[in-house]
Design a binder for this molecule. Structure first.
Ligand SMILES: [Cu+2]
Length: 95
């Protein structure tokens, strides 16, 4: 699901379920503001934390219903994210 707000920010909602992220590949346009919104679920296990390696960003979904992560779109790139055990993975593509 994509949501565009007034300032043209593209927001993509990512379901963080027990067995992976939906969607697990998210594409944004270079130069347009971009955000990911993670929705937590019950019984998250190791998915209660998300690690964006290249962005040096860690997200804590524990006790939260949703967390928003800003994605830099100033240049093209790929940013991986994964659960705290590096089992479940997703990818953000800026192009
Ligand atoms: Cu895991």
């Amino acid at each position: 699901m994509s949501i565009f707000s007034k300032d043209q920010t593209k927001k993509v909602v990512v379901d963080a379920k027990n067995h992976g992220y939906k969607p697990d590949v998210i594409t944004f346009k270079q130069g347009k503001p971009a955000q990911l919104k993670f929705i937590a679920s019950d019984n998250m296990g190791c998915m209660d934390k998300i690690n964006f390696k290249q962005l040096d960003t860690k997200v804590d979904l524990d006790n939260n219903n949703e967390v928003t992560v800003k994605i830099p779109t100033d240049k093209p790139g790929e940013y991986d994210f994964a659960c705290s055990m590096d089992m479940f993975k997703g990818k953000v593509v800026v192009k």
